[in-house]
Design a protein. Sequence first.
Length: 963
Amino acid sequence: MVDINKYLETQLALAKQKSEFNNSRSIPLISQKSKSVAEIISKKEEKQFKKNKSAKSYSKPRAIQPIEKPDTFESKDSDDESEYIPSCDEDEEINSQLMSSSTRTKNNLKKIIDDGAKTLYDKRIKVWREKLATALENKIIDVPTSADIQYILEGNKDFDKVYELQNGLCVPNYIWKQLFKYQKTGVKWLWELHQVQSGGLLGDEMGLGKTVQIIAFLAALSITDFGSWGGLGPSIIVAPATVIYQWVTHFHFWCPSLRVSVLHNSGSHNGDHNKLIRDINESHGILLITYAGIVKYSNDLLSRKWHYIILDEGHKIRNPETQISKHVKKFKTPHKLLITGSPMQNSLQELWSLFDFMRPGLLGTYNTFMEYFANPITQGGYANATEIQEATALEIAITLKSIITPYMLRRTKSEVQEYIKLPEKNEQVLFCALSQEQRDLYMGYLMGSTVRSILDKECRYGDPLRARVLVALSTLRKICNHPDLYLYEIQEDDAQILDENFGHWKRCGKMTVVNSLLKIWQKQGHRALIFSQSRVMLCLLEQYLQSQDFKYLKMDGGVTISQRQNMIKTFNENTEYLVFLSTTRVGGLGVNLTGADRVIIYDPDWNPATDNQAKERAWRIGQQRNVTVYRLVSAGTIEEKIYQRQIFKHFLSNKILIDPNQKNVLTTSTLQGLFTLDEPNPEGDTETSSLFKNSKVYANKGKEKNSSTESKSAISKRKMEAMKKMAKEISRRITKNIEEKSCLIQEDPRERYKKKREMLINPPKIEEPEINKVDDKVTNATFESIMSELDIVNMHTKEDYEKKLLEDVLNKANDNNEAELTTESSFANTDNKNVGIKHDEMNEFVNHLDPPEPSSSKSVNDNALLEKKDEKRPKKRSPSSEAEIESLIAIKKVKRNKSRTNKKQKDDDDYVLSKLFAKASVKTALQHDIVVGLAEKEKRHRMKEEATRKAKKALRAIKFSWK
Ligand SMILES: Nc1ncnc2c1ncn2[C@@H]1O[C@H](COP(=O)(O)OP(=O)(O)OP(=O)(O)O)[C@@H](O)[C@H]1O
């Protein structure tokens, strides 16, 4: 048996020699440094695999430690260990219990007080009654603390009257009149469910006031004499830690008479938790508890009868296997409500789990549902499904929708826009170029032992493959976020992280974009939320914000639960803060951050709902300004694949929740496909933008003149002109230079890379035919077959998922399946050099043009190259009023904003985009909502294009045959 690894090494060396001989610049080779790093890391990973196999325990490679200015970073007890396997907020919550006063922003924050301590409750009620009396006497009250007082102060006399619904539910007038029409419908629907003793799912889009509707309903029930509880009985609301105090505030505002207590050590209750449970149960109060708490106190809670159990952000039980799901499903009351803006996030099994809580049995058993509903719908959802699969999927989706519709109420923001009148939202996906260093490291890792061990047939059997895939994907994501998140793994001591270059923004494509965005937004007067999956990445971003003297607040698992709400309030009210930094999981759920009108989602999550929830923090009721959201994706990398999976999941969810006729444009992704680095094609399209070709946007030159930032636009234009000129000159010289040496440079870099990869995976037969045995079943295996959706869901719901997975699979693994990996251990210190003449010259030139504004030389260099390409390429469309931005490979967006009121936003966004394309390393931008919403339109359009092309060809053929 020939050693495939050795063989591939030889092939790589041969390819290298060959290419060096032809032209050293024609194929971008991986630097020695990158190869060495990849091998060291692969070796470490391999060691872990082996160690786990023998020791049956897994400890991840050393995670990054707090860097520089230690007071600003979180304690080591935090979730750094689970870096790219995001933890749920229960873990964050537990962490936060361990935290001391480490966060710079949490000092001087006032605690929100719940009604856990009876004395506090009595005191609050006394104050409320006094204020109410004052208001009724037409006296002025500085701050109305509740909705009824506010109502009276607005001149309404009927505050104590009620609005009676059919069959007797009495809703206080002061609440009813404040509800939007669709919220009134929501209250009626909840009442109907109540009467038929059924659970239900309130699935309105985020920020539409689900909390308010639930409180309005409970408030009404509390004053209505109905049923065995004589109105509202004791109730439990389970909510993520971050929003638990938001519930308290909302209850105190809308229904001050109810006693609302938090069962958590951050609550006002002291002493035995059993006493609090008993008090609340007997007084028919509301017990607020976190998801971790429901597991912890489940026995005590289950020993009593409860009227309602309500799960806020109820998608937390989407995985039927988690402890949380199992515990909440033990509650016996029929009155179970589930609130979530994202009822279906990854797969149909999640929907089953939600219904299993609030309407057990409605969707049958898990296995039956999966076999007869979930699988056919999913299979028929891929673009490469057969016609019969598609038709079956449609019929079953229609059936499923009709089954769940009575128990689920979901309204989208666009459906209720006439009531809530939300400002505009512009949401784009920016495909950012990797920095040269990132690209080099990425390629190095792809060629390294871990990835090879995944793609080689040696490892095709058994579960270790899944574990390897998981580890490799995490590593690639780190490189996309910042090279140092990856390079740190090879450091033997911490001295190097004190290096001032550590985590520097210029070394990362996406951070370069963040830098540009924040500088422009600060000038334009916008404020931003920045979300990242990773706490360590937040530390790098924090370090960057400090270096730029930007004022910010940071909220992650290290901020205690009781202080989160105050921190949010501080940001919303104090415009001095430019940025609110948060992990997607802590700041992304349930909170109102309407103080910001710009959102950056730094890294995409496997679960589209996580990113959606994050962006909805700013675009919700209460937002006065137009909102722009940028999702950053490293072009051609694993992040682009993750984004594509997001699109597919959106499609699946839309098919069940909105329109069963939805069609998809994406096919299944192969494992091999995940481990590639796709350079943009000569037209500048990345894989995703090629799929959604028909949404191209052009920067509007005319607009720049009208912009409020006219002078800056002028500078930008002048600079772009100058850069263009310079790029032209450099381009001419490079072309001449290259033409003299080789004609290979004309080749599409993506093709070049693919060829090289192909050579690694399928070595040419001529040279050693018997080795060409790489099994297509392995390399073409679908991602789904290796990593089930449940795996991915687990990744999000269990902190120690990776550890467990590794333990599981390695315990089961067959010795024979272990591939012996031969790796190099030498670490050569050859730095990756920029590409000679053009980089240096361009750099100098740009610095000369705009000395005060620091910019990434690498990104500018990249842009210079792009401009060069652009020049060579004939412009396809250039309507007089519009021109393609020079340094941009391609822009996608079709949304045209006609409204005058939105002109400023458009101008601001246009300006931002033109700056990004000119200065930073953005390759392509897609209009996100169009991509996820109109996939079918794209498909039809392409089918039409193809059909037209064929028709023309047919026409030409008959003409030709006649001659
Ligand atoms: N009828 C209303 N009158 C005044 N304010 C309202 C009304 N309905 C909702 N709001 C406000 O809108 C904001 C969003 O409401 P809420 O938090 O209840 O939304 P949600 O649907 O629960 O959001 P999420 O899904 O993100 O948790 C809150 O600040 C709330 O006070």
